[in-house]
Ligand binder design. Structure first.
Ligand SMILES: Nc1ncnc2c1ncn2[C@@H]1O[C@H](COP(=O)(O)OP(=O)(O)OP(=O)(O)O)[C@@H](O)[C@H]1O
Length: 158
């Protein structure tokens, strides 16, 4: 894979801080943006996702923890598609869900467990990796691939 266009690393000292980082990112999302989240169980992905949804003005009642469906469509300021690839084992299975129809479509796409399926990410996207560094601390590494993801990242974490 090509090296990222732009990278940033930030620390979050609490779940609330991770949520607030998500809110600020959600406020910047535009149709066509693709964000992939990477991080083990308990890394803090759910806090970040809920923040992004709030920032994108998605009503709280819509926001799910993906369990049965692979993709949850939300309507906020723009359409936001929340996907979870945890239980997907390969690209063929992902094709069958219609996931690839969303990419570059009228909404933004936010994908948990992106690294579960090689080939799930489009050419241009923002990858966010969460790693625990202490009980309440998380390191968030952001890697933008492409011009629009880099502009989004630069606006989010100047
Ligand atoms: N700085 C932090 N940011 C986010 N979560 C934190 C932080 N510090 C501690 N936590 C705790 O870590 C846990 C993160 O859980 P969360 O469900 O967000 O993780 P997840 O990555 O979505 O895991 P899963 O894949 O199991 O759903 C929560 O219990 C949360 O309170």
């Amino acid at each position: 894979m090509k090296p990222p266009t732009l990278t940033r690393t930030v620390r979050s000292g609490s779940p609330e801080e991770t949520h607030r980082l998500g809110v600020r990112l959600g406020g910047l999302l535009q149709p066509g943006d693709f964000i992939g989240l990477v991080g083990d169980l308990g890394a803090g992905k759910t806090h970040l996702v809920r923040g992004v949804a709030e920032g994108a003005e998605v009503p709280r009642s819509q926001v799910a923890s993906p369990t049965f469906a692979i993709v949850y469509p939300y309507s906020g300021r723009i359409p936001l598609y929340h996907a979870d690839l945890y239980r997907i084992s390969d690209e063929d299975e992902l094709y069958a869900t219609g996931f690839f129809d969303l990419v570059g479509g009228p909404g933004a796409v936010l994908v948990e467990w992106l690294d579960q399926v090689p080939g799930a990410a489009p050419r241009e996207f923002l990858r966010l990796t969460l790693r625990p560094t202490a009980e309440d601390a998380r390191e968030l590494q952001a890697e933008a691939f492409g011009a629009r993801p880099a502009a989004l990242l630069a606006a989010w974490l100047p």
